[in-house]
Design a protein around this ligand. Structure first.
Ligand code: HEM
Length: 535
């Protein structure tokens, strides 16, 4: 609720915390000075001028001047909620412990508190929640072994498979640096050079690119991680959140109708559902395979532009998540929360996925900039367990992470004088063996079009119609070179796919009305009938 702590009716005269005439509701400065007049600045006479020693006014204005912190460079627009994760204790018919020793999954019915933040990716902190955009689905598990962050999206795949391309991808999707508008020509210019993005584009321009709200939306870890059991054996895993509320997506037109009236419909939907006790739930499902390169597959299991086919790698539920409490302060919780793919606990591990490794650097790096060096001391980010480090100081150091009884003189390790010591248990490490030439090269099994084509064919008719229309609307204002390249790529996914988009933008229409696409140089002169639209 909006109410603070209750005023205690009894006199607090003996409590040293309150000066004469004060009680716990008394407004003070941050120095503890009671504020006797919060309506009038201190001025010469009642008409001014103001004076420089006007400490209260200057403190109030200067703190206000600093209320904003940098917004997230991506996923700035979001909303959060608290809840818990509850284990099933099984993976399929087997005990989950066979595959991971992570305590967050062990046993049945065990609850771990979580904080979740849902988001859109591209636009700023107050942008409409109806945008065609991936949705972020980030979960912080406050486990008994420390924090685990599962930083996912709604869609199960991504545009690119190498972190070195991420800033370019984001620049293409963000507003133009000159016009300050998102521009589909810039998006398709980049995407037409990025064949591995076709699978993602097929989802994004279909209704799957505009989830109706956050409750009726899936989540996915997207990148491949590892599970490690007590023997140190590793398995490759993918994580999926399946909403018990079902899945609902919007057409472009439905989204526009909502956006005309409400730019915060998804935040409102989640907040109101939780306030009314209608707690949303997701089941966490795992796909798992033996560690290794899997040459028998026509894709690389570390390639985040691919799904693992469900018939070969079934979704195995391992637990459920319930969101049952709204944040009491958006800034302190939803805004300052910091998720990262590096935040794993024993029994969970990284894979060699190049994207995942790049991400793992990026999150904590940006958070030191966005929130500050000591961002992990904030209550929303701190683990709900014992923390004791020899890290000291830095901007906004709020306390020393010391252990009870720790010699305060010893902020180093090792020491015989009462400092902190290494943990005693030694779980068997997972030690993958890696060899190879250090080089810059893409993976072998790129297979950029097959799954995109399959997805195109699997969509329901209305979804496919939407996809084509949305691509046509986006591409019709693009330079003909960009159109040509995009249609070439879409045609490689599925002939009908490229053909319909080409038709939609008025290209290669034969006299008899039939459509045909000829690949290569001959098609180029046919293009460019439509003038480039300025915006
Ligand atoms: C947020 C980088 C790919 C999901 C962020 C942030 C950065 C970033 C810098 C802002 C974090 C903050 O300010 O706290 C990257 C890089 C990527 C990448 C470099 C590729 C190399 C992905 C992928 C996913 C994803 C593939 C989905 C699995 C998210 C989510 C957030 C986020 C959900 C918002 C977290 C929150 O709500 O605070 N990313 N990202 N990112 N990213 Fe990524």
């Amino acid at each position: 609720g909006i109410h603070g702590t209750n005023v205690s009716g009894s006199g607090d005269s003996e409590d040293q915390r309150y000066a004469a005439g004060e009680n716990e509701q008394t407004l003070t400065t941050r120095q503890g000075h009671p504020i006797r007049d919060n309506q009038n600045s201190r001025t010469v006479g009642n008409r001014g001028p103001a004076t420089l020693e006007n400490y209260q006014l200057i403190e109030k204005l200067s703190h206000f001047d600093r209320e904003r912190i940098p917004e997230r460079v991506v996923h700035a627009r979001g909303t959060g909620a608290h809840g818990y994760f509850e284990t099933y204790g099984k993976l399929g018919d087997e005990p989950v412990e066979k595959y991971t020793r992570a305590k967050v999954f062990s046993g049945a019915g065990k609850q771990t508190p979580v904080f979740v933040r849902f988001s859109t990716v591209t636009h700023g902190k107050d942008s409409p929640e109806t945008m065609r955009d991936p949705r972020g689905f980030a979960v912080k598990f406050y486990t008994e072994d420390g924090n685990w962050d599962l930083v996912g999206n709604n869609l199960k795949i991504f545009f690119i498979r190498d972190a070195i391309k991420f800033p370019d991808l984001i620049h293409a999707f963000k507003p133009d640096p000159v016009t300050n508008r998102q521009d589909t020509e810039r998006i398709f210019d980049f995407i037409s050079h990025t064949p591995e993005a076709m699978h993602m584009i097929t989802f994004l321009f279909s209704p799957w690119g505009i989830p109706a709200n956050y409750r009726q939306m899936q989540g996915s870890g997207v990148n491949t991680y590892k599970w490690v059991n007590k023997d140190g054996d590793a398995f490759l895993v993918k994580y999926h959140w399946e909403p018990k509320q079902g899945i609902k997506n919007l057409t472009q037109k439905q989204a526009e109708e909502i956006q005309a009236k409400n730019i915060s419909h998804a935040t409102q939907d989640l907040y109101e559902a939780i306030e009314s006790g209608n707690y949303p739930e997701w089941e966490l499902c795992i796909q798992i395979m033996e560690d290794g390169e899997h040459p028998e597959l026509d894709f690389d299991p570390l390639d985040d532009t691919k799904i693992w086919p469900e018939d070969q790698f079934p979704f195995l539920p391992v637990g459920k998540m319930v969101l049952d409490k709204n944040p009491s302060n958006v800034f302190a919780e939803t805004e300052q929360v910091a998720f990262g793919t590096g935040v794993l606990v024993d029994g969970l591990d990284f894979s060699d996925d190049k994207m995942l490794q790049g991400r793992t650097f990026s999150y904590s790096d940006t958070q030191r900039h966005r929130v500050g060096t000591n961002y992990l001391q904030l209550p929303i980010n701190a683990p709900k367990k014992h923390v004791a480090t020899n890290q000291r100081d830095g901007q906004m150091a709020y306390h020393v992470d010391a252990a009870p009884g720790q010699n305060p003189h010893v902020n180093y390790e090792p020491s015989s004088l009462g400092g902190l010591q290494e943990a005693h248990d030694h779980p068997k490490p997972h030690q993958p063996y890696v060899e190879g030439n250090v080089k810059k090269e893409k993976i072998d099994r790129t297979n950029d079009f097959k799954q995109a084509g399959e997805r195109y064919r699997l969509l329901e008719d209305w979804e496919r119609d939407e996809l084509i229309q949305n691509l046509v609307d986006g591409l019709k204002c693009c330079h003909h070179t960009v159109q040509t390249k995009m249609i070439e790529l879409l045609t490689q996914c599925d002939f009908d796919y490229g053909n319909r988009v080409a038709n939609g933008i008025g290209l290669l229409m034969h006299d008899d009305g039939s459509l045909e696409i000829e690949m290569g140089a001959e098609m180029t002169p046919t293009y460019g009938k439509l003038p480039k639209e300025g915006g």
